[in-house]
Design a protein around this ligand. Sequence first.
Ligand code: DX5
Ligand code: ZN
Length: 215
Amino acid sequence: MVNFAPSILSADFSRLKEEVISVKNTKYLHLDIMDGRFVPNITYGPLVVEAIRPYSEQIFDTHLMIVEPEKYIEDFAEAGSDIITVHVEATDHIHRAIQMIKSNGCKAGVTLNPATSLSTIENIIDDVDLILIMSVNPGFGGQKFIPQMLDKVKRLNKMIQKSNTETLIEIDGGINFDNIKEIVDAGVDIVVSGSAIFKGDPQENINKFRRKLEG
Ligand code: DX5
Ligand code: ZN
């Protein structure tokens, strides 16, 4: 069964607590951390993650879009992250970063920009709990889904089957009511969605996503 991870990047930050509570029925909450260097945009840091932690029982899925992610893994773990995901493009030592995430008591995820090949994770696939396929260039919400990423998800599924691991596949960027069905059919476990969920009534939008998958 597929699970949703609403991204609060598209939430109204003047009422962040209420926005977090409005999506409490999903298994995950997706937290987009941007540094203005790895990606052009800047968002928020561990302080905000810590501030919303008491208002959610969801799995906090922290997506680090920052250079030198090793420097901040401990801070995001202490702030209440359950999963910490780092970009393979953001560090020369992805294996070390994965070990650091685990030694800080979190599940470890790796993520790939749209142009990055799956071969970059071939040697670490057994070590990670989650692989996040970016289906837009990271940095902003509300962008258009890159259709070639469907094939990437299918190829990743085959890699995971071969390696006999339980690694989860997550997809992030440009998911809407029209493309959700074919994305889930390609074989993903977690769907991140920001603008489609937070534009309008979040709970109604999540229900709408679920209905699209039934029909
Ligand atoms: C983009 C972020 C996404 C973003 C998705 O860099 O990683 O998580 O919030 O937003 P939508 O669903 O609007 O594409
Ligand atoms: Zn994200």
